[in-house]
Design a protein around this ligand. Structure first.
Ligand code: SAM
Ligand code: CA
Length: 220
């Protein structure tokens, strides 16, 4: 669903990738490893990783948040784009998925940039807020359990600085958000969240149709 960009003609997608992807070898290896995993489809697409790396570079970001790590592809794409003194606070609940992530971060030589917190992300984010880290993050990527998207967004908007960017993944939810006959909890949560963001005057937004839909929300 999100390990590729959806809605593309296969020929054009092949062209898109072969004429714009510059995927570092370590990310190629992690993508190949993740493809063998039964939940491998959860990984972001390589073109999305490249796009997020560009955003982070463009902003000169130094301190970022990652909510939903899995095998660590998006975290690694961002870590490689951060300066040597950059930091990512990464949140996940799964030791098994993130063991793969940790080994690739180490291989890539960026493990020192990443603090992984194994706990429900809401707990980690509330802790950061209580520790006085509000308004200190440059960038946040939201890609964990969809029913908590609004909760993650409300924490992220506190934690990023003014001019900081929040990127929210899977906002198309494989196209289900546009089908009113689909009313399961996760689809409804993303649909409601998209509507809320459309009206949210605290941010400037753009929904980028890359991967499974990535909304960018710039805190004004
Ligand atoms: N960004 C990752 C990538 O590019 O490969 C994919 C993340 S995957 C879609 C979602 C992750 O969220 C899973 O690894 C899952 O363990 C984690 N997750 C689910 N519920 C969570 C929670 N309450 N707190 C933190 N992480 C959670
Ligand atoms: Ca995703």
């Amino acid at each position: 669903m999100s390990h590729q960009t959806i809605g593309f003609d296969p020929k054009l997608y092949e062209y898109f990738q072969s004429n714009s992807l510059r995927e570092p070898e370590i990310l190629v290896q992690l993508r190949q490893e993740t493809a063998k995993h039964p939940m491998g489809i959860m990984q972001i697409s390589p073109e999305q990783g490249q796009f997020m790396a560009l955003l982070v570079q463009l902003m000169g970001a130094k301190k970022t948040l990652e909510i939903g790590v899995f095998t660590g592809y998006s975290t690694l794409a961002v870590a490689l784009a951060l300066p040597a003194d950059g930091k990512i606070i990464a949140c996940d609940i799964d030791e098994e998925y993130t063991a793969i992530a940790r080994s690739f971060w180490q291989k890539a030589g960026v493990a020192n940039k990443i603090d992984l917190h194994i706990a429900p992300a809401l707990e980690t984010l509330d802790k950061l807020i209580n520790q006085g880290q509000a308004n200190t993050f440059d960038f946040a990527f939201i890609d964990a359990d969809k029913s908590n998207y609004d909760n993650y967004y409300e924490r992220a908007i506190k934690l990023v600085r003014s001019g900081g960017l929040i990127a929210i993944d899977n906002v198309f939810w494989g196209g289900k958000v546009a089908d009113r006959n689909i009313q399961d909890n996760r689809t409804k949560a993303i649909r409601d969240f998209n509507q809320k963001l459309h009206r949210d005057e605290r941010v400037t937004i753009s929904l980028v149709p890359i991967g499974d839909g990535l909304t960018l929300a710039l805190k004004t």
